[in-house]
Design a protein around this ligand. Structure first.
Ligand code: LAC
Ligand code: ZN
Length: 461
């Protein structure tokens, strides 16, 4: 029997993706770098048992497995770069339980992030992680990438909201780590290991999520500055004044220019740097915090705007979700990174990203999650120009080296995936890299889960 026939008999015809239907499974949002994979088969199993069966089948035959959620990642993690089987979790799309009075939800991996937000909201609860692309991205992928987003500043990243995980690991075994438990220190923290493992240790098939009562009010305060130093100083005052907004975002000049037309209510012409915080809490608490933020932002600002109406707030976050696409539209392509530095090095990192672009002759800009020191340092390129792609790639490797000098990390949010795997041995010293490789080998002795992603083969010594 050939591969397709065997898989059809194992999983049923509904699980098979063939012909033109395969195309969308070969890329992710890294597409602008021309990354298109090839798969020996694409399957979407109907349930957890079917995932177990197909993983067991792959493990017996030595077939690589590329787990896939919504395919909105920025690092090529879900792209089958070298064949194997794409295992889509799209049909595991059930909310298994939702207990609003207990602030928790149990979901399958293929539930869309926006469905989780809406379900929680409908009962006055909040699932805080908001990595963007909510209608396409799936919770399993968010967990596999430990996705962040603007609201991580106050609430933490996805992993902070996952109390339990069900995963299919080597040989098709099902493990359950944690559960609807808010505490668990009984063993090594396998839950945290699976969170952010980018499909390299196993396949996340389900999770228990914890929720919070939703704040009654969320009031964004945006401020614009004519120069970057004034903007960075304003961000630093938020820390210094002890204010805790839900988000603390920034855009530098290039990012402002790429998106100013769409900013709700417009921006003054002299705006070269933008900060956006959101005060949330009770109605009184959020209003008081918004006023304090406006005060912290005032010095040197050319605009301070507090947004009150739900329509304006929705428009603001819609605009924010589109920043990455607005920047990409500038030249038709971009290489966008997600470095993170300690907060006190943020100003230097923003300036450094631009300098690195200048040194390599590519237009650069950055925006991102200022409060978390997390920058989307970006090189804007014409994707049809091989020279520009080369220059941007060289600029990116300089950017990574300079980030490490600032005490930072090459990835604060999007993961190493395929495109940044080369940074693994740059960031980690030999002892730490060896420990990480041992963990991979322990979970995946045959090296079949998302091979080549995140952890590349050890360099020859
Ligand atoms: C953002 C995405 C790209 O923050 O992570 O815009
Ligand atoms: Zn981001």
């Amino acid at each position: 029997m050939d591969l397709a026939a065997e898989l059809t008999s194992l999983l049923g015809p509904d699980a098979m993706r063939t012909g033109d239907a395969i195309g969308p499974y070969l890329t992710d949002s890294t597409e602008m770098q021309g990354l298109v994979g090839r798969a020996d088969a694409v399957v979407a199993p109907a349930d957890v048992d079917a995932v177990r069966n197909v993983v067991a089948w792959c493990y017996e035959r030595g077939v690589p497995i590329v787990p896939r959620g919504g395919g909105t990642g920025f690092s090529g993690g879900a792209v089958p770069v070298d064949g194997g089987l794409v295992l889509s979790l799209e049909r595991l799309d059930r909310v298994l339980s939702f207990e609003p009075e207990l602030w928790r939800m149990q979901v399958e991996a293929g539930v869309r992030t926006a469905t989780i937000h809406r379900t929680a909201r409908g009962s006055g609860l909040l699932f805080p992680p908001d990595p963007g692309a909510g209608e396409q991205s799936m919770i399993g992928g968010n967990i596999a990438c430990n996705a962040g987003g603007p609201h991580s500043f106050k609430y933490g990243v996805t992993g902070a909201w996952v109390t339990g995980i069900e995963a299919v690991v080597a040989e098709g075994r099902l493990i359950r780590v944690g559960g609807p438990l808010r505490k668990d220190v009984a063993g090594y923290d396998l839950r945290s290991l699976l969170v952010g493992s980018e499909g390299t240790l196993g396949v996340v098939v389900g999770a228990w999520l914890r929720l919070l009562p939703a704040p009654a009010a969320a009031i964004p305060v945006a401020a614009a500055y004519a120069d970057e130093q004034a903007g960075v100083a304003a961000l630093e005052r938020v820390y210094a004044f002890g204010l805790v907004p839900a988000t603390l975002e920034y855009l530098d000049e290039g990012a402002v220019d790429a998106t100013r037309g769409a900013f709700p209510g417009g921006l003054p012409e002299e705006a070269r740097f933008l900060v956006v915080a959101e005060a949330d809490g009770t109605i009184e608490g959020a209003s008081a915090l918004a006023a304090e933020l406006a005060e912290a932002f005032a010095d040197g600002a050319v605009m301070v705007r507090t947004m009150q109406s739900p329509a304006e707030v929705a428009a603001l976050w819609r605009w924010r979700g589109g920043v990455t696409f607005g920047v990409e539209a500038q030249m038709g392509g971009k290489m966008s990174e997600d470095i993170a530095v300690p907060f006190d090095r943020l100003g230097e990192a923003i300036a450094m990203a631009r300098e690195v672009g200048r040194a390599h002759g590519v237009r650069a800009c950055s925006w991102g999650h200022a409060g978390d020191g997390n920058l989307h340092a970006t090189f804007m390129i014409d994707r049809a120009s091989p020279d520009q792609i080369t220059s941007a790639a060289e600029a990116a490797s300089d950017l990574f080296a300079r980030t490490l000098e600032l005490g930072g990390t090459v990835s604060g949010e999007h993961g190493l995936g395929w495109v940044k795997r080369g940074q693994f041995d740059v960031q980690f010293g030999p002892a730490e890299a060896a420990l990480q490789r041992s963990i991979k080998a322990l979970f995946d002795p045959k090296g079949l889960f998302n091979p080549g992603k995140k952890i590349p083969p050890a360099p020859a010594s």
